[in-house]
Design a protein around this ligand. Sequence first.
Ligand SMILES: Cc1cc2nc3c(=O)[nH]c(=O)nc-3n(C[C@H](O)[C@H](O)[C@H](O)COP(=O)(O)OP(=O)(O)OC[C@H]3O[C@@H](n4cnc5c(N)ncnc54)[C@H](O)[C@@H]3O)c2cc1C
Length: 378
Amino acid sequence: MSLSFWEKESFINYDFIIVGSGILGLSVACEIKENDPKRSVLVLEKGILPSGASTKNAGFACFGSLTEILSDFERIGEAETIELVKNRYDGINILRERLGDEKTGLLNYGGYELINGDHLDSLERIDEINNKLKFIFPDITFELTNFQISEFGFNQEEVKAMVYSRFESQIDTGRMMSSLIEYSGSLGVKIINGCKVDMINEKENYVKLITENYSGKEKISFNAKSVIVCTNAFTEKFYPELNIKPGRGQVIITKPVKGLKFKGVFHFDEGFYYFRNFGERVIFGGGRNMDFETEETSEFESNEIILKDLKNKLDDVILPGMEYEVDYSWSGIMGFNDSKRPEIKQISDRITAAISCNGMGIALSSFIAKKIRKIVDP
Ligand SMILES: Cc1cc2nc3c(=O)[nH]c(=O)nc-3n(C[C@H](O)[C@H](O)[C@H](O)COP(=O)(O)OP(=O)(O)OC[C@H]3O[C@@H](n4cnc5c(N)ncnc54)[C@H](O)[C@@H]3O)c2cc1C
């Protein structure tokens, strides 16, 4: 048994094949089609749904909190940090233009960083940072908003100061990804789900993608002139030399909390913890720093140590004295490279692999997708 003539004619050969239908893969597909509708573009996705980080995240449309920016200054230098902040902000704006705020569920309630006793010295640098970012944002980026600590009901023993940014927003992750899939389809991008790419073989003038799926007894392969690998945490299978490591993230969601006092996206502990409202619910994630070793995995499982820590922090810091119930929890898998920066790697003239995200893919992916398109289809 083999593929029919019709299947071979109409389903197998493309100008571009993208592996992975997360936000990055889909954004690359859209960029290629928006730039030239005549290009044929196929996206192959191993899951029935996108199955990495893009449908599992917390939905922060953020560019970096004050202490994250200061810690990145030390790690990668000022110029690179500021460029990254700009790329994230540009990326959010590209996504907004592409889909519109209704289809991403974007709400601009702003973002806040909760500062504990260990990071109070960072507050002295707010003016300096605002000054450095003023060419990116149309107004002051960060401002102190300590009076809201009690208004929001946070534990004042733990939260010593709070920094607000009006440019951070929240999205409805599910609605955004569903809209992006729909929009890709409207451009003529084909997506095949439940199709796991097993091998990527470069031939003389095309690339052959061998999948784990069968037509009768024959494995199905697809051919493309150019392949873009957007498999994030799962890239090691194809290109271990890129050293992209998986990092699992745990998330819990409460049932609607009666009288919830805050709206917005919130970060603390240099971004290791993050929470937000979704209507009257609270979505709370992070805590990988509690158990880094176990969380360096691509298995979607829960980690009881971290879930317990998240619940303790809900009780002690975020919702002290409030009645609430955890509804359920889930996990998602991020990809991290050594530099913690987006990377576009040309494996050959016909194969490009990209990782944009390192935990901030909502913001960065649309920007990186534009750069990828310029490389693969100049
Ligand atoms: C818990 C959690 C919270 C987060 N919160 C935020 C946040 O609030 N804000 C933010 O900006 N970012 C957040 N992130 C990070 C963000 O979700 C990611 O940076 C982004 O989704 C990465 O997109 P991607 O397309 O590169 O990768 P992914 O979404 O991981 O997509 C990769 C895709 O490739 C597919 N794939 C893998 N191997 C194969 C194969 N062999 N064949 C076919 N398909 C394959 C996978 O199934 C997957 O769908 C969070 C991540 C997690 C896990």
